[in-house]
Ligand binder design. Structure first.
Ligand code: PMP
Length: 412
């Protein structure tokens, strides 16, 4: 497994939005979404310890913890989502979702974007063009260009871009039908997080949704990154963009670091899956996992962290825009809530990506005690995605340090 940064960080302790390395050096965590409610949040630690000291089993017994959690989780969704299946990783959740889509449609063809990541099982690895599977791609997997609001497909932003994207999906649906696989599902992150979180208006996915419905397929929304209030305006990324998916998957931030993931779907979908596939997951939704997940969800709700993400995220983006008035390398500032960043370019006119520069900036920020990273179609987008208790003072530290680093880092 590769580590981040030219000089990897060896962490030994975390608290809130801060981390400490083995030499006692403190870092401001502007990157980690897994410790969603803050590193070592006392309520989550307490819930884990209490449940671990009471009972933990595999999942062949009745336990009210999982029911309490699933009730609380589906209450954050709009109708008709009313059931959940628990597992341990986002990869497993997406793997299950693909089979659920197969159970619903009786078809096997899957479409994903060409710059996404949905996980590491054999089936889900097939959806990754950034990490090609050694044996090649299954013929039942097809790709469409990832949305890019800064360089939109067809040249026009907004709904013209949305129509162009929907047309690409239609092409691949036709190809899957022609190849005899039929079309089962389109899987996407509704925030296109790994693609560089393009700036897409509410309703942007309406045309593609119409195309998928007409073809009898289903939409899987992978909420592993945008979910649980991070985008600030909404609890889920699909709610923000106005998408009505058929199946929703989640993981990473769900239990603040404890390995918990889930697939949320209407009861009829869950039933279709159960009729078609046998499924058992030893650890998925065990009592300790359910307790950790419920504590995390309650902290998000009771400590107002979605609203904090909205307010502090807006504030931090204003700070980035102000930096853009003085640093020509910032081509675009994007994001929502506490998931945001800036696209770095060598030239604003040509939009030539400043990929090597962006990497140097991330490494220099690490040397200055600020952890962030970069991603996107050209790997030139600073990715800032801190734990949700991030404050305006934390944002000031981030922006002030970035100002200095941008001034000191050579562009070429
Ligand atoms: N979906 C998305 C969008 C992800 O970013 C990731 C992990 N980065 C996954 C799924 C896989 O999650 P996990 O590593 O928990 O299997």
């Amino acid at each position: 497994m590769s580590t981040f940064y030219d000089e990897p960080v060896h962490l030994v302790r975390g608290q809130g939005v801060h981390l400490w390395d083995a030499d006692g050096r403190q870092y401001l965590d502007c990157y980690n979404n897994v410790p969603h409610v803050g590193h070592c949040h006392p309520r989550v630690v307490e819930a884990i310890c209490q449940q671990a000291g009471t009972l933990n089993t595999h999942t062949r017994y009745l336990h009210e913890g999982i029911l309490d959690y699933v009730e609380a989780l589906v209450a954050t969704f709009d109708a008709p989502f009313d059931t959940a299946l628990m597992c341990c990783t986002g990869s497993e959740a997406n793997d299950v979702a693909l089979r659920m889509a197969q159970a619903l449609t009786g078809k096997t063809g899957v479409i994903a974007t060409d710059h996404t990541y949905h996980g590491n099982t054999t089936a889900v690895h097939q959806l990754s063009q950034t990490n090609p599977p050694p044996g090649g791609y299954w013929d039942s997997v097809r790709f469409v260009p990832a949305p890019d609001s800064y360089r939109p497909l067809g040249g026009e932003p907004g709904m013209a871009h949305a129509q162009a994207f929907a047309a690409k999906v239609q092409e691949q649906i036709d190809a899957l039908e022609a190849a005899g696989h039929g079309f089962s599902s389109l899987i996407l992150c509704p925030f296109f997080a790994n693609e560089g979180f393009p700036d897409l208006p509410h309703g942007w996915l309406d045309p593609v949704q119409a195309v998928v419905k007409k073809a009898g397929g289903v939409i899987i929304a992978d909420e592993v990154q945008p979910g649980f209030g991070r985008v600030g305006t909404h609890f889920w990324g699909h709610q923000k963009i106005g998408l009505r998916p058929d199946i929703v998957t989640m993981g990473k931030p769900m239990a603040n670091g404890h390995p918990v993931a889930a697939v949320v779907a209407p009861a009829a979908t869950m039933q279709a899956f159960r009729e078609r596939f046998r499924y058992f997951n030893t650890f998925g939704g065990n009592p300790v996992s359910a307790a950790a997940a419920l504590a995390t969800l309650r902290v998000v709700q009771e400590e107002g962290l979605q609203e904090n993400a909205r307010v502090v995220g807006d504030y931090a983006r204003d700070g980035l825009r102000e930096l853009a008035t003085r640093h020509e390398c910032i081509g675009d500032v994007r994001g929502s809530g506490l998931f945001f960043g800036a696209e770095m370019v060598l030239d604003r006119g040509t939009k030539e990506p400043a990929t090597a520069f962006t990497k140097r900036v991330a490494n220099a920020m690490r040397q200055q005690g600020i952890l962030l990273n970069f991603l996107g179609i050209h790997y030139n987008v600073l990715k800032i995605r801190p734990p949700l208790p991030f404050s305006k003072a934390n944002a000031d530290q981030l922006i002030g340090t970035l100002d200095r680093v941008l001034a000191e880092t050579p562009l070429a």
